[in-house]
Design a binder for this molecule. Sequence first.
Ligand code: CAO
Length: 463
Amino acid sequence: MGTKFPNLNLITDSYPLIHLIMIKEIKIPDIAENVETGLIASILVSEGDEVTTDQPLVEVETDKATTEIPSEYDGVVKEIKVKEGDEIKVNQVIILLETESSEDKSNEKEEQDEDESNEKEEKEETNESTSEDNNGDKKKEEAKTNNAKEVIDDKDDRNDRDQKDEDETDEHKHFPVSPLAKKVAREHKVDLSKVKASGPGNRISRKDVENYIKENDTDSIKDESAGNKITTKDSSTEPLNTIGRITAQTMSDAWQTIPHVTQFDEADITEIENFRKQHQHKIEKQGGKLTVTSLLLKITAFALQKFPRFNASLDWENKEIVYKHNYNIGVAVDTSQGLLVPVVRDVNRKSLAELSLELSELAKKARDKKLSTDEMKGGNFTISNLGGIGGTAFTPIVYPPQVAILGVSRAKYQQMFKDEEFQKRLVMPISLSYDHRVINGADGARFLRWICNVLEDPYALLF
Ligand code: CAO
């Protein structure tokens, strides 16, 4: 990996290659299967830092994991082309690293000797040039002197850099410091000379700096257990993770572009709950769980076939409604990382048992951060069931380019007047948010009532 731009310092006939600096590109590698993008979670080095092969340069966060991107070379960080929070793609160049060619490295001593002898030669030649008045020779000498000057300039550059490095090393002369520790120390204005090192070779690690901050009760601490949470006396901040950012962006776009209406209804699910309990063990034997959500998946697929406008998207540019001919339904899953919406494909073609197993698997995968991007693509409609948590009603936001979403709240036993008497019935509140550009109120109410009717009396499906 890495394209080379030779940065010529001196190549002439009379002077051998003295110092060849290469610029290497550090790119985002293939992080994981199906992962094309991520976020720069943190930058672990600064421009001008000297780095070694395998030293972590940046931390990249994807919806699956946080990964360190190591350096592939020894060198000096010339340019950092990204900043924390930037979205990056596989193969994107993130850092330019200045490296010396390998011959130079192995011949460092030789190079030093060469430098010295060049200087000597330069001196001799300059002396000689004063005694010679031959024009041709003079030109040659001038050329040599210019070349020699390049050597000196180059050496000066290096000396400058070496001096700068030395200053930095000087600062931490007796205590080597990891780049991450430097970064945290910089952020919290910690004097590294006061930090006790615990790493091998007395190296100060990030943990050492954080321990120092905690012990000394400085006004802010970085709490690793809570991600990158920064707590001060008065407030705390935590950068959004990838899922958080994507969700925030999607929700904000949806809220700004889709005129939402939410319709509420409730379904008496007493009978279907009895059915669920009766057949639960069959699905459990196969490793899945027959739940309200899997029943709703099946019923919703029927509803989408009956009401095709809900299985569509709006092509606003061409002022068209695009009807989908497959029945792929997303299910909102609450995970420790945030909201994920895996998609169950071809729901209409699958049995209730298959759907229950698939939903259990997808929800587990989502919580284990094992979902692929493909498994979250292509949904035409979404179900969000918050009933396992609680609540009486809510207004879910439509997930673009879809046009509607079902919100399910907690079923509760209620007294209901039915068949000329009060009965104890299990009643589940359901809401439907829809894009009012595509769906009108009457259609919304009809769609939701149809689902409630089927939940109340699944035999209605036979008609
Ligand atoms: N009313 C009452 N109880 C309900 C219920 C409801 N609407 N929905 C689920 N439950 C019960 C289940 O019966 C189960 O009870 P038992 O443990 O006694 O069997 C319990 O709650 C947990 O259900 P579950 O989560 O195992 O199964 P599920 O298929 O119903 O839900 C899933 C799966 C993935 C939808 C759910 O786990 C989840 O993550 N929900 C959160 C969705 C979310 O975050 N939405 C917000 C998105 S923003 O719009």
